[in-house]
Every structure is written in C-alpha cells, then in structure tokens.
Design a binder for this molecule. Structure first.
Ligand code: ADP
Ligand code: MG
Length: 265
C-alpha cells in the first residue's frame, strides 16, 4: 500500500472507532483492532469481520440489559427451577411447571397462582418463573402484596400514584408475593383490585398465597371486591395448588423420624 493509502485507512480506522464509541458501542470500538487483526490472519470476508465484531458487542449489551432488568425487578433472592426438588414436593406437577417455564403464559398474558401452606416453595417457584422471564428478555417486577399496597397508598398521598402504578402495570410479569398473610382493609383491597384489573389481559401476574380462594373474602374483608379480583385473576390462569410439608422443616422432620426408632429413656 502507498503511504497515502495507508494514511487513508488509518484515518478511516480512527473515524470508525469514534463512530462506534459515539453510538455507545464501546466494546465494538475497543475490539475493532483485534477484529481487524483476526480478519487479516484468517482472511475473513468483510461480512465476517462485521459479524465477529458486532456479536461481541451484542453479547456485552445483552448481559448489561439483563443486569439492568434484574436490578429493576429487585428479586429478594436468586431462585431457579433447576434448584427446586420436585421429589420433596410431589403435589407440584413437573409437567405443569415445565409448561410454565416455556414462558408461554407470559406471551399469552396468563396468570400463575401458587397456593399452599408456608414453606412449600411458592415464593421459590414465583421468583424462578420471574427470573426466567427476565432472562428471556421480558421486563418483570417483584413485590410483596403488602409492599404493593403501601407503595401505592404512599404515592397516592404524595400525588404521584400514576407513576407508581406504572411500576406495577408496565412489566410483562408482576410477581406479587404473600397475598393473604395479613388481612387487608378496604383501601388495600382497592389497590390490589386496581393493579389486577389494569393488568387483566394485558400482562401476567404470578401470585403466591397461603390462603385458599374460599378465604379471599376474609383476606379482603369484602366478598364483592374479593370476587371481582378473583374473577379477573382466574379468567386466564394456571393454578398450582401445593399440598405438602414445609421444606424449611425438612431437617427437623428427618430428626423426628430418626428419633422414632430411638429407645425411650
Ligand atoms: P413459601 O413461599 O411457600 O412459604 P419458600 O418458597 O419461601 O416457601 O420456601 C422456603 C425455603 O425452602 C426457600 O429457601 C426455598 O428455596 C426452599 N424450598 C422450598 N421448597 C423447595 C423444594 N421443593 N426444593 C428446593 N428448595 C425448596
Ligand atoms: Mg413465601
């Protein structure tokens, strides 16, 4: 190459790096020199060089967006379906959970209701489904029922309920944990109703509760509101009813089982 041609390539190289940096493609900008070197060594075609460079950028961008979505969703713990011991909880149908983990329910805006006594894995499965959806690219959000109510009530008093409501209505999946642990007054029931009805047929709710549907009138202190909430939640929903022992207690249960054979002194 003549020195004039070399100078032209050099200028183009620097401009390209600047364009990439300006467009926020920092990785592509940094990786440009090594990518060009690989192109020379391996005699890659222009399209192959571009693909090599941009796939590195895409990988970094994908990871950054996932980290952002996970931060936004603020799951209290990291749980996966792979960690869930189905053998311990036979009332949880593996095929139902496998179908849910396909995330078709998110696409179809269906709800998932996880019911059962404490410690049986409702929150675990709820978080795992939410994280799976986040990893698949969906925006999700985790809240307890009482935080949701408190958040909306405070926002209402402060006059910014609209933006708080969007936190709960915007994401493709809203995980509402622990509905029913605390009984709700009329105002609280109103906020739950608002969120459920705004999300109805627009976005999925994954909800956990230790109370059966027949108790919901009591939970919301109002049969009519409870009925209206349930009606919308259940219209398109998968209900996972877990009947079993608390996983938290399993070590103690093993200990009790061991004691059975022990001699009485
Ligand atoms: P719940 O929400 O039904 O009260 P959690 O989901 O909080 O119960 O479960 C209690 C603890 O036990 C959590 O740490 C959870 O990860 C774990 N756990 C529950 N069931 C299982 C299971 N079948 N396999 C593995 N871990 C489980
Ligand atoms: Mg729980």
């Amino acid at each position: 190459m003549s020195s004039a041609a070399e100078a032209r390539v050099d200028t183009a190289y620097h401009r390209l790096r600047e364009h990439l940096a300006y467009l926020g493609l920092a990785t592509a900008s940094e990786e440009l020199a090594p990518a060009l070197e690989r192109a020379r060594d391996q005699k890659l075609s222009p399209v192959e060089v571009l693909e090599d460079l941009m796939s590195r950028q895409a990988e970094v961008t994908r990871a950054r967006r996932l980290a952002y979505r996970l931060r936004f969703a603020h799951y209290p713990l990291r749980k996966t379906l792979a960690d869930f011991e189905f053998d311990y909880q036979p009332s949880v149908d593996r095929t139902v959970i496998a179908e849910l983990s396909s995330l078709r329910f998110v696409e179809e805006r269906r709800n998932v209701l996880l019911l059962g006594p404490p410690g049986v894995g409702k929150t675990h499965i709820g978080i795992a489904l939410g994280i799976a959806a986040t990893e698949a690219g969906y925006r999700t959000y985790f809240t307890t029922a009482s935080d949701l109510v408190a958040g909306l009530q405070t926002a209402h008093i402060e006059g910014n309920v609209g933006s708080k409501m969007r936190t709960y209505t915007g994401p493709s999946v809203l995980v509402i944990d622990e509905l029913g642990y605390l009984p709700m007054d009329q105002t609280s029931a109103h906020w739950i109703f608002q969120v459920v009805s705004r999300r109805y047929e627009r976005g999925s709710i994954v909800l956990t509760s230790n109370r059966g549907f027949s108790d919901w009138g009591q939970v919301f202190a109002d049969q009519v509101v409870a009925g209206a909430i349930l009606d919308r939640l259940l219209h398109h929903a998968t209900v996972v009813n877990i009947k079993g022992k608390s996983y938290r207690m399993r070590r103690h249960q093993d200990a009790f089982a061991g004691e059975k054979g022990a001699p009485m002194i």
